[in-house]
Design a binder for this molecule. Structure first.
Ligand code: NAP
Length: 252
C-alpha cells in the first residue's frame, strides 16, 4: 500500500453544476476535495454527500472579495497542511446587452462579472502559487468558456472575463513553468447546468441545439472528467493549453 498522501484539490463553485461534477471526478480518482461554495450551503452539502472516499471538507467564500479569497486559501492549507491543485470554476453569467441595459446596469454587471470571473480566480491563483512555490509545484485549472473566442451577443462582460482568464492562466504558465507550476484551462460550450437553463429551454433552445453536430449540448460530467484529469494527471507539456470542450459547436 502506498504511503503517499492523496492530493488536495480546492474546487471553487462546487455546490452545483460543473463544479460538483469536477469534485465528484476528483474524489473518484482518490483526491481529497476542498469543496468551495458561495451561498448555497444546502446544495454544497449535497455535493459533499455524493463524493467518493474520505478527507473532503466544505469551505464558504465570496470569490469576488479579495479578503475572502485570502481566508479561503489560508483555511484550506490550515485544514490539510497542503494544497496540490486549484480549480477556478465558480462563475456567473449575467445579461449586459448593450442595446437594452441602462448605463448603471452596464456598470454593475461589468464590475460584478469581472470581480467574480476574472479578478477572483487571479487572486486565488496568486494565493495558491505562494504555497506552490514553497513546496516544489502545483496545478491550476481554469474553467473559461467558448465565449472567450466566439464573443457573446448579450453577455459582453462574461466573454471578456473568460478571455481574460485564458490569457491570465497562459501568462502564469509561462511565468511559472520553471517552478513546476502548471496551468491549464477548459473552455466549455453550452453545458446542461442551471447557468444555461434559460438558453437551453427558452425560445432560442432550437438554435442552440442546431449549433451542435452531436445533437446535444455538453454535460457537466464531461467537463468534470476533463478538469479532474488536468488537475491530477495531465502531462506537464500541456501547461498553457486551453482545451475546447464544445462538441465542435465553435471551432477556432
Ligand atoms: P452554476 O450552475 O450557475 O454554478 C455556479 C457556481 O459558482 C455555484 O457553485 C456558485 O456557488 C458559484 N459562485 C458564483 N458566484 C460566486 C461567488 N461570487 N463566490 C463564490 N461562489 C460563487 O454554473 P455552471 O454552469 O456550473 O458553471 C461553472 C463554470 O463553468 C462557470 O465559471 C461558468 O462560467 C463556466 N461555463 C459554464 C457553461 C454552461 O453552459 N453552463 C459554459 C461555459 C463555461 P453557490 O451556488 O454556492 O452560490
Amino acid at each position: 500500500m502506498s504511503s503517499t498522501p492523496s492530493p488536495v484539490v480546492l474546487v471553487t463553485g462546487a455546490s452545483r453544476g460543473i463544479g460538483r461534477a469536477i469534485a465528484l471526478h476528483l474524489s473518484r480518482r482518490g483526491a481529497r476535495v476542498a469543496l468551495h461554495y458561495g451561498s448555497n450551503e444546502a446544495a454544497a452539502r449535497e455535493s459533499f454527500a455524493a463524493l467518493a472516499g474520505t478527507g473532503h471538507a466544505l469551505f464558504r467564500a465570496d470569490v469576488a472579495d479579495p479578503a475572502a479569497c485570502e481566508r479561503l486559501v489560508r483555511d484550506v492549507i490550515a485544514h490539510y497542511g497542503r494544497l496540490d491543485a486549484l480549480v477556478n470554476n465558480a462563475g456567473i453569467a449575467e445579461d449586459d446587452s448593450i442595446k437594452t441595459a441602462s448605463y448603471a446596469d452596464w456598470q454593475r454587471v461589468w464590475r460584478r462579472t469581472l470581480d467574480t470571473n476574472l479578478v477572483g480566480p487571479a487572486n486565488l491563483s496568486y494565493l495558491a502559487v505562494q504555497h506552490f512555490l514553497g513546496r516544489g509545484g502545483g496545478r491550476i485549472v481554469n474553467i473559461t468558456s467558448r465565449a472567450a473566442y466566439r464573443g457573446e451577443l448579450t453577455a459582453q462582460s462574461y466573454a471578456a472575463s473568460k478571455a481574460g482568464l485564458n490569457i491570465t492562466g497562459q501568462s502564469l504558465a509561462r511565468a511559472l513553468g520553471a517552478d513546476n507550476i502548471l496551468v491549464f484551462a477548459v473552455a466549455p460550450g453550452w453545458i446542461d447546468t442551471e447557468m444555461a437553463a434559460s438558453a437551453l429551454t427558452g425560445p432560442g433552445a432550437k438554435d442552440v441545439l442546431a449549433q451542435h453536430p452531436l445533437g446535444r449540448v455538453g454535460t457537466a460530467d464531461e467537463i468534470g472528467a476533463t478538469a479532474a484529469w488536468l488537475a491530477l494527471e495531465a502531462p506537464a507539456n500541456l501547461t498553457g493549453c486551453v482545451i475546447d470542450a464544445n462538441g465542435a459547436s465553435y471551432l477556432r
